[in-house]
Design a protein around this ligand. Structure first.
Ligand SMILES: [Zn+2]
Length: 70
């Protein structure tokens, strides 16, 4: 029940538990889907994460600012 309750939007900012090598932890979502596209807000690099990895990689507390499906 706990899985899949977050709703993500392109342009939304998320925080990952593991910092990018550039030192940034904040990312902007640029693509939604089976693979989530993230752009580092610090260095601008774009990565893709499988949705499942993405769900594990984000910091839930700081993602609370995002929209949550009720
Ligand atoms: Zn970076």
């Amino acid at each position: 029940m706990a899985d899949g309750v977050m709703v993500w939007q392109v342009g939304q900012e998320v925080v990952l538990k593991k910092p990018h090598p550039c030192g940034g932890r904040r990312w902007t979502i640029y693509k939604l889907g089976m693979d989530m596209g993230l752009q580092c807000r610090h260095c601008g690099q774009r990565i893709k994460l499988a949705r499942r990895q993405f769900d594990r990689a984000i910091v839930p507390d700081e993602a609370e600012t995002g929209s949550r499906l009720r």
